[in-house]
Design a protein. Structure first.
Length: 323
């Protein structure tokens, strides 16, 4: 259990197993997007009462180390690090994470038995990202403290055999007792409330955070999210691995028809992420782009989400009283 800091002004504290384990005020976690989930964005999430996460999927560990140092200057609130196993080749990645002094780690894109014991032996809290029931059971058996259950509607790297969160979340909940953070399609209070109704005790936001004011990506990408319809994502590598959900562009529409999408498509990712050329690479994003119509500061996103969560569950209780 991490030490909880002083409450953030304007945020209603939510107390459950996730907030107790993470030491945060509200169980909202920012997704660990490569090159994006760095100090500028993650510190804003932590300062707003949630859990900011620093990525390692870029593989740029020297840069990641510098970003963690920046975090300590930008926030005194808890934050975590993600270990995306498939994308980090450094055999000493666990030692790297432990040496940074963080207390919360999410692991993803790999076998939960690989690092869980080592991380937990060092006193860290570990949640593993799972896209299937089979993966969830394996992670629990490996000894994780909790799960991030990720539906196929979410953006980024996916299981090619994707399952919607509304199906996957209650299925996993019915089979495990550990705390669950829901990911995929989470954008506001009502979606957070829906996730809780299905068994989650926290939510993770990716695409919503990419579009946030503090997100480091180019304004062209943020505007593309704001302009997108709910049908404006594509699922790539349906018959290969890893699957990818991304914004629909001319490039990704062409790639959608290809049997195998090469990871070389990400070689020019900086031109898209920070240069604003939406055709230079693949802009990962979830179906929730269709519900995002404005760029907002992280603090506003989190405060509105928490308020909307309480409003939703309160209204349902009044509309459908028991007994």
């Amino acid at each position: 259990m991490l030490e909880r800091q002083e409450p953030t002004r304007g945020v209603a504290v939510i107390e459950n197993r996730v907030t107790e384990m993470l030491g945060v005020e509200v169980p909202i976690v920012q997704a660990p997007m490569g090159w994006i989930a760095r100090a500028q964005l993650a510190s804003a999430v932590s300062n707003a009462g949630g859990m900011g996460i620093i990525e390692t999927s870029s593989g740029e560990l020297d840069a990641v180390r510098a970003e963690i140092e920046k975090m300590r200057d930008l926030t005194d609130k808890p934050f975590g690090v993600n270990v995306a196993q498939a994308f980090v080749r450094d055999p000493k990645i666990v030692d790297f994470v432990i040496d940074q002094g963080v207390r919360f780690v999410t692991t993803s894109a790999g076998d939960p038995t690989r690092y869980t014991a080592q991380l937990k032996d060092a006193g860290l809290t570990v949640f593993h990202v799972v896209p299937t029931l089979k993966g969830a059971l394996k992670a629990v058996e490996a000894g994780v403290d909790g799960l991030i259950v990720e539906g196929g509607e979410g953006g980024g790297f996916k299981n090619p055999r994707d399952v919607a969160l509304m199906v996957l979340l209650p299925l996993v909940r019915s089979q495990v007792d550990v705390p669950i953070i829901a990911a995929g399609g989470i954008v506001d209070g009502p979606t957070m409330a829906a996730a809780f109704a299905l068994g989650a005790e926290g939510v993770q936001m990716g695409t919503r955070m990419v579009s946030a004011a503090e997100s480091p990506v180019h304004e062209n990408w943020k505007q593309a999210i704001v302009d997108a319809a709910e049908t404006d994502t594509v699922f790539l590598n349906r018959f290969a691995s890893p699957g990818l959900r991304a914004l629909r562009t001319e490039r990704t529409t062409r790639l959608e028809r290809e049997e195998k999408v090469s990871m070389a498509e990400f070689a020019t990712v900086a031109d898209l992420y920070f240069g604003g050329d939406m055709e230079a690479s693949i802009a990962l994003g979830g179906q929730v782009v269709g519900r995002i119509d404005e760029v907002k500061p992280v603090a506003e996103i989190i405060a509105e989400t928490v308020a909307g969560f309480h409003e939703t569950i309160g209204a349902l209780g009044q509309q459908y009283p028991s007994g």
